[in-house]
Each structure stands twice: as structure tokens, then as C-alpha cells.
Write a protein that binds this ligand. Structure first.
Ligand code: CA
Length: 224
């Protein structure tokens, strides 16, 4: 899952990047409204954290222009503590959730997980495909109840496929959601991650769809 974090406070931005990185997200950062507007419109994020008070262009106007363009990515806004009115304006402008500063990192993480899940139509925080269960709260994966040891990138690939279970996901799409923008991307390594995941997961849960990409199969008894 790949996030855009927009925050002009360098200390908070660093904390957010570090923590979200440890939680397994690929994170791009923007420090002003103009850069944010550009990245949000051009890169395929899974969610955006948007501070409202920004230099060059304020967060509300950025959010409004995204929604006018038809961008439906979940957006969580950060508001100043005493500016309750900003929350109302933010939600009216198309924010999906908000947090007032200062906030607890754990709360931000929980809200982001919920936003990403709901955007994909998942009500539960546990994603399931046959014997494989991914707990989005703890970032752990089990097969038949046994914990699975995955590297950060293997987790990101599996998490993206599980959020999109039953759909064909192209290699390019996976690449775009697994790596941050400044990373030297190589779509061939996606194949390597898929190979390792197949070995670790056993069975043939991840299908190759010739010429199109990959699909994580939903076994019949798990279908909604
Ligand atoms: Ca600010």
C-alpha cells in the first residue's frame, strides 16, 4: 500500500514517514500544497494524509480540486486543535476522516487501515483467502494459523493482492503501489517477490494471468 503524506512541519513529517514505513507502507511526502496537488493527481496512492495548513496552497483547496477531478482516493485530513470549523469544511470538501493535532500515532494508523479497507469494500480488519489470513492491525500473516515470516516487500505485495482479491492486478500496478516515488523501481523484482510468496504460502493462491498480471484467488467458501 502506498501513501502520500502532506505535512509542512518537518519534525512531524519525519515521524510520520518513519512510523508509516515501519508499518509496511511505501510513503511519498509533500511539504506544500502545490506539490501535494500534483502528486495526488498523478500517482496512484491507496490513501492520503493531508495537513490543511500548508504553504503555497492550502489543503482544503487541494482536496477540493482532487474531488473535482473525480479522484476517489481516501483522504484523512489533519487539522489544528482549536479549529473545529476546519473539520466541517474538510468533510464538506471531500475528506473521509480527520484527526486534530496533536494526535496519537496509533490512532492515525487505525484510521488509515480502516479507510484503506473500506475503500476496497472490506468491513473486517482481517483479510482472508483460504488458509491465509492477513491481520491489518498487527501486520501479521498466518497460513492455517501458523505465522508466516515475510520481508517488508513481500508483505506489501501480499497485502495489495489481498486487498484486491479476485481481481487481476498488473505488474505495473503492483510496482506503483509497493514502491515510493523516489525508489529505483524495477518491475522485474515484483516477479521475484511473487515467486517467494508462492513458496511461502504453498498451494497456488496467486495465479498468473498471462499477459495481464496476477490474481489472488478467493477459494469458493470465502467468496462474499
Ligand atoms: Ca501545517
Amino acid at each position: 500500500m502506498r501513501l502520500l503524506v502532506v505535512e509542512d512541519d518537518p519534525i512531524l513529517l519525519r515521524q510520520l514517514r518513519e512510523r508509516l514505513g515501519t508499518e509496511g507502507y511505501a510513503v511519498d511526502a509533500a511539504i506544500d500544497g502545490t506539490e501535494a496537488a500534483f502528486l495526488g493527481s498523478n500517482e496512484p496512492y491507496d490513501a492520503i494524509v493531508l495537513d490543511l495548513g500548508l504553504p503555497r496552497r492550502d489543503g482544503l483547496s487541494v482536496l477540493r480540486s482532487w474531488r473535482e477531478e473525480g479522484l476517489s482516493i481516501p483522504v484523512l485530513i489533519l487539522t489544528a486543535r482549536d479549529h473545529w470549523h476546519d473539520k466541517v469544511l474538510g468533510i464538506d470538501a471531500g475528506a473521509d476522516d480527520y484527526l486534530a493535532k496533536p494526535f496519537h500515532m496509533e490512532e492515525l494508523l487505525a484510521r488509515l487501515r480502516a479507510l484503506i479497507r473500506r475503500a476496497r469494500g472490506h468491513a473486517s480488519s482481517e483479510l482472508r483467502a483460504g488458509p491465509v489470513v492477513l491481520d491489518t492491525r498487527t501486520g501479521t500473516v498466518t497460513t492455517d494459523g501458523q505465522p508466516l515470516d515475510l520481508t517488508g516487500y513481500e508483505f506489501r505485495v501480499l497485502s495489495y493482492l489481498m486487498h484486491h482479491a479476485g481481481e487481476v492486478v498488473s505488474r505495473t500496478e503492483l510496482t506503483e503501489h509497493v514502491y515510493a516515488q523516489d525508489f529505483d523501481r524495477d518491475s522485474n523484482t515484483i516477479e521475484v517477490f511473487i515467486g517467494r510468496l508462492r513458496k511461502k504460502l504453498g498451494g497456488d493462491l496467486i495465479k498468473t494471468v498471462r499477459g495481464l498480471g496476477y490474481r489472488l484467488e478467493i477459494p469458493p467458501d470465502d467468496a462474499p
